[in-house]
Design a protein around this ligand. Structure first.
Ligand code: ATP
Ligand code: MG
Length: 258
């Protein structure tokens, strides 16, 4: 990926990238997303936090259409999410996603994992795809692991491969859903550092995480969800030092004091 040297403010001023308008979703009787209004500008890093079951993962999954919505609208770069077919595959490539579990193809090498989408979806020729995959693997610090299979890597290394694989598609935005919560403590930082660097390089990011240090240092905005709603939005400073809602105060007292 190219280095972006412009200040965050300038990048953000170039426009809205991900827009959710009045998004609603049910799972049966459960109203899991309620009147969600959320706009993410280019280059912005938004951290989503909230209690278990509040709808954070579902929110992420609607943005690359792993889940459909019942009402409302979602646009990426001004375009509504495609319904199906090739356009949907392209959307999934434009919206890179990194989950808690690494979801690498176990029967493919690390290098092949990072090449595959480029060849299949972006129609990149093999040599170019390999060159780019190697550069990205170097960038996330696992260049020497290229010929291994995922199971031969540590969790932190696998997660960095998953990030490289998403980046290989030149995504417009990256979604992270608790990318470090399945990792042993000593591997958390190596993944957070890659994410910090991405943020500094100007990548637009939506990050569900309990890592409040990351939220404080990398986020432009914290979005707090509870019971399927966005209850509060603020800068990390405002949110952590002066949460407005009782739900946020309660949540913060639990996670900061355990
Ligand atoms: N496929 C599904 N079918 C039915 N209910 C679901 C489904 N996926 C999620 N839910 C429910 O929707 C609610 C929101 O789930 P979601 O996974 O979005 O929460 P979350 O905020 O990500 O929680 P956590 O912090 O535990 O990951 C939960 O009550 C969950 O049980
Ligand atoms: Mg979740």
């Amino acid at each position: 990926m190219t280095e972006v040297s412009v200040a965050k403010e300038e990048v953000a001023s170039t426009g809205d990238l991900v827009v959710l308008k009045n998004v609603n979703k049910h799972f049966g009787a459960l109203h899991v997303l309620q009147d969600i209004e959320l706009t993410i500008t280019r280059g912005e890093v938004v951290v989503v936090i909230g209690p278990s079951g509040s709808g954070k993962s579902t929110l992420c999954r609607t943005i690359n259409r792993l889940e459909t919505i019942d009402a409302g609208a979602i646009t990426i770069d001004g375009k509504p999410l495609p319904q199906e077919g090739k356009e949907l595959a392209r959307l999934r490539a434009d919206v890179g996603m990194v989950f808690q579990s690494f979801n690498l193809f176990s029967h493919k090498t690390v290098l092949e994992n990072v090449m595959l989408g480029q060849i299949k979806v972006r129609k990149t020729e093999k040599a170019k795809a390999e060159e780019k995959a190697r550069a990205l693997l170097d960038r996330v610090g696992v260049g020497t692991q290229a010929d291994k299979y995922p199971a031969q890597l540590s969790g932190g290394q696998q997660q960095r491969v998953a990030i490289a694989r998403a980046l290989a598609m030149d995504p417009k935005v990256m979604l992270f859903d608790e990318p470090t919560s399945a990792l042993d403590p000593e591997m958390i930082n190596e993944v957070l550092e890659v994410m910090q660097q991405l943020a500094r390089d100007g990548m637009t990011m939506i990050v569900v995480t309990h890592e409040m240090g990351f939220a404080r240092s990398a986020a432009n905005r914290v979005v707090f969800m509870a019971d399927g709603r966005i209850v509060e939005e603020a800068t990390p400073d405002q949110f952590f030092s002066n949460p407005r809602s009782d739900r946020a105060k309660d949540f913060l007292s639990k996670i900061l004091h355990h």
